[in-house]
Design a protein. Sequence first.
Length: 332
Amino acid sequence: MKRRDFIAGAISVAATSRLSAQSGANGRRLAIYSPSESSALMHEHSESRYYRALFTELRRLGHVIGENLTVERYGREKNASGPAALVTEVVRSQPDVIYVVGFGALLFKRETSTIPIVALTGDPIAQGLIQNLARPGGNITGVSVDTGPTIHGKRITLLREIFPAMSKLAYLTLRLQWETIQGAAMRAASEATGVPVISSLLDLPTSDASYRAAISRASYEGANAIMVGDGPDALTNRGLIADLIEQTHLPAMYPFREFVEVGGLIAYSFDLVELNKRVANDIDAILRGANPGDIPYYQASSFELSVNTKTAKSLGLTVPTALLASADEVIE
């Protein structure tokens, strides 16, 4: 982190005058690609605390929408032809930097080796995005929300603390995520914890019907607990997912605290506010002249535990006192 801060500071000192000279709504162009989220979320007054954190930090660093920064949003409503086609559209527009949320970073790597990319991804080495966290090389840097089997194992362990009778766990996620990095990590976590795991997969674009079918399939295949994989599509559909899982009466572990706020049992999540602030600093460094390949790729190190005791009671479960005491958020 110290090295990272030094790089950002050095760039800032060297290029502040150049950034200050840029003005007008047509200054630097930032494209945000997140085909599972609405473009309406991607602004500084968003209902999403993560996007608010991103743009607040960008403003603090001197990048103000309508003054020296234009934001081009590529969200769910622009994804009619599929993620790959949308990636091609973004690259053709030639923005100064692209912020990629989720699984699309590898598609961008195949499309361009010149446009700087900041990605919020799973394990970037396992995905083949980069070969070294300290010096990514190429045109991609960012932050990783995947600490490999460790975070999955922690989630399984926490769910088992509340539900000791867990005998088979269904993992609900996108097929694309499962087949790239989540599958291998979950299998490793399954072996480490001794809890059998089956996958319950969805394809993009998801729908109410596809989530209903995937969750029903988990119960049909004998799972007595569910874990929801992280990703923007899951976060977008958190209310639907929590409601459908509630109907199965199965205990579930979720990837974001927002699930617990809408009735989910428990969540163990990385701090996306912190990570979006780091994304903003990467974007700032690039706009000031840094090579993304020289900016270290950051791994999540701060996590949040959230528990809904009302949901636990409805499932006939008792939340251990020690777990409650360690929770960052308890909803009663």
